[in-house]
Design a protein around this ligand. Structure first.
Ligand SMILES: *Cc1c(COP(=O)(O)O)cnc(C)c1O
Length: 648
């Protein structure tokens, strides 16, 4: 559909209008802007630094045979996020004259990709940035990639004997692993392992806070939380450690209120509670020294700066200030030395640097072209034509009342029903029924076009919008590349990355490549709310229409699955140079069909062989020509080596 088709507006549309429409300056955190050509630009270090035209980059990547869909990771942004996090804490520490420092860790579960972790370790070295592991496999990554002897290696998650022993031995290796007791029985295993090895790990305790929480991950706290010790259990654990002469190794208190804390008030409550538990543990004789406030630092996905699910009502600086000030107050009023502050911020560090880009393959929308008039048209088709011309007449009036427009629409619906009834009774043929449908949609389109923007459409006619909206077919699997949009209805900013100097005249949503009706993107950011249709440009066949999904660097890759056997997309790591210069540090190739088949225990060679045998017998029976059989085999063989997505 075309809404609104105001040619004069089309001319005056500027990139600033696009910026406002897609709220780019609100969620883009100064990393993304639009250039004069109407393309998205990436500026890792803010307005003054070098910048990269995303559309141009994609064309150049395509030239290197890196086809869409494509994951582009801007390592400069990752580095900048890390810098921002440390700057915020250091600023707060300075401002409050906090007598300790901040030392963060990255929770590996947020993005396990080798180049991402390596990049974080290199950039984070100057702050002794560490890692948080939640499983034995993650522990291995941490042990191997975390070479800095000062950095912390926080060991969370369920731990068996081997996990704990590995952590103890890692301490002998010169690392700083802190085994965080999250389940009551873990203390026995720590005691046993320490006895057997004659050495202890650094020990931490995760507290189950009673403070309220909110948002999607609210049940990460409270008495029924999956992890953490209740206060009675903490006291019991202290007794056991004391008896085993391990209390001296108790160094850290940890809590985690759940991911994406939307409301700063929740954080404040938890900090106060945790701060006082810390003080009490000190008083019980544990040396302590580290307070780990977990993850939860949120990302403002929709840029609304509200406590709504896709946003946060606080900034990074507010967060750091609250952590520093609250803990300082707890310690000062008890005359206790302040701890080193640790945070496990994953989402906030890793969301911004990665952009998923995909192309649109085609669009489906309701047929709303006006059919040519034929002689002897039936009454209902005639009536619909008349209604359409009435609508055009009404629109020409100075201030047509909404109720007149609404009446015209009611008429159109009635005539469409008449046509349907006549068809059911056998009085109307298929071509006439088609005409009636087309004319009804043409009426709807004419009505909607009357309003200069979406917001001004009266309630009664709003229901027309979804019916007129287009389905944009995306070369993408959301199950692979944006699983949280499906699993937990997460919102990400989604917008075209070019044609932004052009007014988006259509409304639409995206359907992905999977044969799953859930495989769609139909929830879009809308300033603290959600909208089901996105403003898009009219699709031009054989021309690129490229969409970006932003802020998806955390959690999406590992949660993604092989539904319909769509595999990993191409991924590139880009570093910016001077001006618009760049280099591709790493290219991670897409999964081939052969790889996804093998992941399901199929043997591609055997699959081919069976088709070959079948084709031989078809040749023998005279059903298949030898040349066609060979063509079939060639297609299959080539296909196995290629990506699972559609080729352009
Ligand atoms: C998931 C998790 C994190 C990371 O949370 P973010 O909200 O991504 O910062 C940190 N700590 C623990 C214990 C977690 O389970």
């Amino acid at each position: 559909m075309t809404y609104p088709d105001l040619t004069s507006h089309q001319d005056s549309w500027t990139v600033n209008d696009s910026k406002t429409l897609y709220a780019l300056d609100r969620w883009g955190d100064r990393y993304f802007s639009i250039n004069k050509l109407g393309h998205i630009c990436v500026r890792p270090k803010g307005p003054k630094d070098s910048k990269l035209d995303l559309f141009k980059l994609i064309q150049e990547l395509k030239g290197r045979n890196l086809q869409l869909p494509l994951l582009i990771r801007f390592d400069d942004i990752l580095e900048d996020r890390l810098e921002e996090l440390h700057n915020a804490f250091n600023k707060a520490i300075y401002q409050y004259s906090y007598k300790g420092h901040y030392q963060g860790v990255f929770p590996i579960k947020c993005n396990h990709q080798r180049h991402v972790i390596e990049e974080l370790m290199t950039c984070g070295r100057k702050w002794n940035f560490g890692l948080e592991a939640g499983s034995k496999a993650e522990l291995l990554i941490s042990l191997s990639l975390l070479e800095d002897p000062q950095a912390l290696l926080i060991c969370n998650g369920y731990k068996d004997q081997r996990y704990i022993e590995t952590a103890i031995l890692a301490r002998q290796l010169g690392r700083q692993p802190v085994v965080v007791i999250e389940q009551t029985d873990e203390v026995e295993r720590i005691i046993l392992a320490s006895k057997q090895l004659g050495a202890a790990p650094l020990i931490g305790i995760r507290a189950k806070l009673s403070s309220r929480s909110s948002g999607r991950w609210a049940n990460s706290v409270g008495a029924k939380a999956k992890f953490g010790l209740s206060i009675p259990d903490i006291l019991l654990t202290i007794e056991k450690l004391k008896k085993a002469e391990l209390l001296n190794d108790l160094r850290l208190l940890h809590f985690h209120v759940g991911s994406q804390i939307n409301d700063i008030a929740i954080l404040k409550d938890s900090l106060q509670e945790a701060g006082n538990i810390y003080v009490e543990l000190k008083k019980l004789g544990a040396p302590m020294g580290l307070l780990d406030v977990g993850g939860g630092l949120g990302v403002d996905y929709d840029g609304s700066q509200t406590a709504s699910e896709a946003s946060t009502n606080y900034s990074l600086q507010n967060y750091a200030n609250d952590v520093v000030a609250t803990i300082q107050e707890c310690c000062n009023s008890n005359k206790i030395e302040v701890p080193t502050l640790v945070s496990e911020s994953g989402r906030s560090v890793a969301s911004h640097f990665s952009v998923l880009v995909f192309n649109v393959l085609g669009v489906e929308s309701v047929p709303a072209d006006i059919p040519k008039e034929k002689e002897g048209e039936c009454l209902s088709v005639n009536n619909l034509r008349k209604t359409l011309s009435d609508i055009e007449t009404i629109k020409k009036q100075k201030n047509p009342s909404h109720s007149t427009l609404q009446e015209a629409w009611n008429d159109a619906l009635k005539f469409k029903d008449d046509a349907l009834n006549a068809f059911r009774l056998g009085y109307l043929g298929l071509p006439e029924r088609a005409m009636a449908e087309q004319l009804t949609w043409a009426c709807a389109k004419a009505l909607i076009q009357h309003f200069p923007n979406n917001e001004l459409i009266p309630k009664e006619l709003k229901s027309l919008l979804p019916a007129l909206a287009g389905t944009y077919y995306a070369n993408l699997s959301i199950f692979r590349s944006a699983p949280d949009t499906w699993a937990i209805q997460q919102l990400f900013p989604i917008m075209p990355i070019h044609r932004l100097n052009e007014k988006p005249t259509e409304l639409g949503h995206f359907a992905d490549l999977t044969c799953d009706s859930d495989g769609k993107l139909s929830r879009f950011i809308n300033n603290g709310q959600v909208k089901s249709l996105l403003e898009l440009h009219s699709f031009q066949p054989n021309k690129d229409y490229i969409i970006g999904l932003f802020l998806g660097g955390a959690y999406q890759e590992v949660m993604g699955n092989l539904h319909n056997l769509f595999g990993r997309t191409n991924a590139v790591h880009v570093r910016l140079g001077q001006g618009d210069d760049y280099h591709l540090d790493h290219i991670v190739k897409h999964h081939t069909k052969s790889e996804v088949l093998q992941a399901m225990e199929h043997n591609p060679e055997l699959l081919l062989e069976r088709v070959r045998i079948a084709s031989e017998s078809a040749i023998k029976n005279g059903k298949l020509k030898i040349s066609d059989a060979q063509r079939l085999m060639d297609h299959l063989e080539a296909s196995l080596r290629q990506s699972t997505y559609l080729q352009q």
